[in-house]
Design a protein. Structure first.
Length: 163
């Protein structure tokens, strides 16, 4: 029997019906073989990060249990993005998107492979990911950084609005 791993996936969108897209993406992820939904954060409206000349994002985090290795889980996330019309262009970062799914945490693993870095390399500096992460996993620890609560406590959060 394959071991269950607890993982956290960040969701974001800022094109079209972003909240509706997130709800549908959560359903799509929960219906995948090897994935069991364990928690869904509130949805938050957040300003764009990195490139600010675009609409606000809707962000959330889901807590799952999975039997998939991290690389296969990431492949599932990318497939779901593609199903929702997301096309990742080489070199494009932080632009508007129909759907963004990020593997934030995979158990307590630290993975640094081409195309796969866990914990997400910017998690500790992104309140828009940490706030919903703490909704689903209040005692979250970021391997290599420490408690998620400590990381978010030094970040600007006044512009993160629950929906």
């Amino acid at each position: 029997m394959t071991a269950q791993v607890q993982a956290c996936v960040g969701l974001g969108a800022n094109l079209g019906d972003a909240a509706g897209t997130l709800r549908q993406a959560i359903d799509a992820l929960g219906s995948r073989d090897g994935v069991a939904m364990r928690g869904v954060s509130r949805f938050y409206r957040t300003p764009a990060w990195g490139r600010e000349d675009q609409p606000d994002f809707i962000n959330a985090v889901v807590l799952i249990e999975t039997t998939l290795p991290a690389s296969k889980l990431l492949a599932q996330l990318l497939a779901i993005e593609a199903d929702f019309g997301r096309h990742r262009a080489d070199g494009e970062r932080w632009g508007p998107r129909t759907l963004d799914l990020d593997l934030l945490l995979y158990g307590d693993a630290v993975i640094d492979e081409p195309g796969l870095r866990v914990p997400h390399p910017h998690l500790h500096e992104r309140a828009f990911a940490l706030v919903p992460l703490l909704d689903v996993l209040p005692a979250a620890r970021i391997p290599g950084y420490g408690d998620a609560r400590d990381a978010v406590s030094v970040l600007e959060m006044s512009n993160i609005q629950p929906l």
